[in-house]
Design a protein around this ligand. Structure first.
Ligand SMILES: NC(=O)c1ccc[n+]([C@@H]2O[C@H](COP(=O)([O-])OP(=O)(O)OC[C@H]3O[C@@H](n4cnc5c(N)ncnc54)[C@H](OP(=O)(O)O)[C@@H]3O)[C@@H](O)[C@H]2O)c1
Length: 293
């Protein structure tokens, strides 16, 4: 019998790529749930849903991802990114499903000068980062009380796609409307093509469930300025990009200046090395004309 995978947050960009890949993974039956189908703010709805629907895996793509709005919406952000994850952890044990959960480079303060390893000290500087870290910790606390292997936490960074709200689509749109753009150069990290992350999860699914944290992004290092230039060049848009400093682009939430994730563990545990970010960006560009939305 096929194992069933439930994917939450089905309207989001990462869930979109699980959906696009799902026909190739015939060993699984997929069910995609939007926020209307399953609202993570509603603990009764979560309890009720899993008491009536069984599955082998839940891939939790749902999250409160509006980083700046989170600064003034702490409660709802905590409910979705922390309390709901804690409840999903308990439900995973009660109803015997495995949970794939995503976290973020924002759990770090960005003061490092070398790639962050999974075990490095966390120190979030934003409400979004803080609530995502509390979600991680909730799963770790639950796992200490019993012996089942029931979850994996995947921290990722700078996720983009040709689908959804993200930097790639924003740059494409702005660069086709304007002749020049200012983009920050003093925030450095690594982009992650959502397709690459979704494919990695589906390829390694049974083996990921070790009650552990993994870092996943593409390879290489760039600034948002570099990333913007590459996107604009690829689309041959006649728009000049000027580098600016974060202090000249104030945002409600503080962003890490350095958030490169160390992926050594992916290689040592799964012999997996992600693509370089420029290669994946080119793939995204090609996929956008191949896959219909
Ligand atoms: N985007 C990034 O750069 C980035 C970086 C690091 C980590 N991550 C993590 O990666 C994961 C996937 O993010 P993404 O980029 O795919 O985000 P996204 O495109 O913003 O999608 C998030 C989804 O969560 C859903 N959602 C929000 N509130 C919900 C609720 N109360 N109940 C159920 N669903 C709800 C949204 O539904 P509606 O559309 O209906 O509102 C949306 O479809 C998240 O855990 C995120 O924290 C993302």
């Amino acid at each position: 019998m096929k194992e069933k995978i439930i994917v939450t947050g089905a309207n989001g960009q990462l869930a979109f790529h699980f959906m696009a890949l799902s026909p190739s993974y015939t060993q699984y039956d997929f069910e995609f749930l939007t926020s209307k189908d399953l609202n993570l703010e509603d603990s009764d709805a979560l309890n009720d849903y899993f008491s009536k629907n069984s599955c082998a895996y839940v891939i939790n793509c749902a999250a409160y991802t509006q980083v700046d709005a989170a600064e003034s919406n702490q409660k709802v952000c905590d409910t979705i990114n922390h309390q709901a994850v804690k409840l999903l952890g308990s439900l995973a044990l009660a109803y015997h499903f495995k949970l794939i959960h995503f976290s973020t480079d924002f759990v770090f303060d960005g003061l490092a000068h070398s790639p962050y390893r999974e075990e490095d000290t966390t120190n979030p500087r934003s409400i979004y980062g803080e609530t995502k870290l509390l979600g991680e910790k909730a799963l770790q606390i639950i796992s200490k009380e019993q012996s089942d292997q029931f979850y994996a936490i995947i921290r990722t960074s700078w996720v983009y796609s040709f689908y959804g709200k993200n930097f790639y689509n924003t740059m494409k749109r702005l660069a086709s409307e304007r002749s020049s753009l200012n983009v920050v150069i003093d925030q450095v990290g690594t982009p992650t093509y959502a397709h690459d992350l979704a494919k990695f999860i589906l390829d390694f699914l049974p083996h990921l469930i070790q009650n552990d944290v993994y870092h996943f992004s593409n390879q290489g290092v760039c600034s948002w300025y570099d990333f913007a230039n590459e996107i604009i060049d690829l689309h041959q848009l006649p728009c000049a990009v000027a580098p600016i400093l974060s202090k000249d682009y104030p945002t409600a939430a503080s962003r890490p200046h350095y958030s490169v994730l160390d992926k050594t563990k992916l290689n040592s545990k799964f012999s997996f090395i992600p693509n370089h970010w420029k290669k994946s960006l080119y793939q995204c560009f090609q996929d956008s004309s191949r896959i219909t939305l």
